[in-house]
Design a protein. Sequence first.
Length: 249
Amino acid sequence: MTRFVQQPDYEGAEFIDLSMAGATFREVDLTGARMRGVVLFNADIDGAIDGLRINGVEIMPLVEAELDRLHPERLRLRPTTPETARDAVDVIEELWHATVRRASALPEEAVYRSVNDEWSLAQTLRHTIFVVDAWYGHAVDLRPNPFHPIGVPASFITNGVEFGIDESAAPTLGEILAVRAERIADLRAYLAQVTQEELDRVRGPNTAIGCPPPAERTAVKCLQVIVNDQWAHVQFANRDLANLEQEYA
C-alpha cells in the first residue's frame, strides 16, 4: 500500500473523482474538510471530532449520548469538584486494573504486540504516564521537569527528547506499572487536599519546554483531559485485547 507521511502540502487541496476505498488515515488533521457526494460504506472513525455534520445533522451530540448509554461510567468522568475528581480517578483505575488483569491471562509477549499498527498495551500504558506528566505535572503543578523517560507522547509530538523522553526505552510491564502507580498516587495526593478555589484558579503557563503548549488553564480542565484520555485509551486497549484473545485461543 502506498504511504503518504507528513506531507503538509495537502492542506487546502481538492480530491476529485478519486477512489480512497480501503485507505487508512492515522493522525490526520481533517479540520474544515468538506466532502460532497462521497460514498462512505462500512467506515470506522475515531478521534477528536466536533462540529461534524453528515447530511445536515450534527453527529457528535448523538455519538456522545450513545457512548454515555453504552458506558455509563463516562458520566463520572466530568469532574468539577475535588470529590468528583477523586471519583473520576477511581473510575479510570478500576478500568485499567480490569484491563491489566485481562491481559495477564495471555502469554507475556501479548502486551508488547501491536494490533493493526496501533500501540501495544505496554505502549498505551506508557502513554497514560505521559498524559499525567503533561496535564498534571507540567500544566497544573508547573514543574520544570515532570516527564518520566519511559512515557510515550502522541505521535504529533516530535521533540519529546528535548524534555526528557527516552525514545529507545523498552521497559518491562512491571516497570511500566510501577511508574504508572507512582503517577496515580501523586495525582491522588494532590486531589486529597486540593480546594475548590485551587481547582478553579487560572494558573499561568508553564514556560519550561514540554507539553501541552504554554497557556493559561484551570486545574479542573486539565484533570478532565487526563481522565477522558485515560478512558479513551483503555477502550483502545480492550479492543485490541479482544483480537489478541482470539489469536491465542
